[in-house]
Design a protein around this ligand. Sequence first.
Ligand code: PMP
Length: 303
Amino acid sequence: MSLPNIVRVMKMWSNGSIHKSNKKIDSMNAALHYAGPAAWEGIRSYLQQNGSTKIFKLEEHIRRLFDSAKIINIKIPFSYNDVIQACSSLVETNGGGDLYIRPIVYARNDASEMYKNGAEVNLDIYTFPMPILSKRDVKVIISNFSRSYPTYQMQAKVAVNYSTVYELKQEAQRAGVDDVLVTDQHGFVVEASLANIFLVKGDVILTPPNNGSILPGVTRATLIQDILLNAPLMYSKYKKSPIVVEKNITKADIYTADCIMLVGTYYEILNVLEVDGRVIGNGVENSYYKILWEEYHNLIRGR
Ligand code: PMP
């Protein structure tokens, strides 16, 4: 999929108005040089069972955009309600349906001016069509790179955190797998390149804590709050009573899990078949994977 061409086909929202996407930024732009003054979101809209379009968890994503901007100390020159409204209008203008929505806040000024004047920021929002992912089962390796952010940075969705993604994706490609898991500075496994992780051991669902080394994912929260801890749903429909535990995940936890899932807005829910050449569980989809996949798809499609 050639992203830039697809992005250009649709209209964009930029600093308060919707128009044809023809944006160009100067290569002296501060966000390009320092990566710091740029925060963004990845959101999806879905065609609903009743034929309408709904932007999934829009409020949660825009709240995280404002949180990310606050963490790196840039001020979004629009209100929370303005940004919600802007995303909704843009999706409607572009015809609705299954779209990816990318708001980005970034420095307007030159790198040479940033320290003198602070970052003045633009807010742009792009959308492009999002095909249904056909793949559910993936193979991964544990990356040789470790995330060395000990404090708060990974809790913000900011450009600087993605500087290693290019290398991570190349590492996966060289190893002939679909994605990589990354570790923190203590060697605990914290995330995939662009997704949070869940492990299943019996009826215990493990996920790394939001301690500064993960992005607190909207999908992660949805799966925990709307599905796993929704006791009436889990018990009456599936006769299951899962326990969700936030715990530092070791490599041994990974290799011995019954099931591992990669979860995120873009990935939705992927099932990990193999890590570092070890088959996970008994190599077939675990019942919790099937339940989460089914219930998540019911939620996004308004069923
Ligand atoms: N971790 C990272 C590093 C990510 O880029 C993403 C994708 N935004 C996630 C986790 C999953 O977050 P979400 O469920 O909000 O998309």
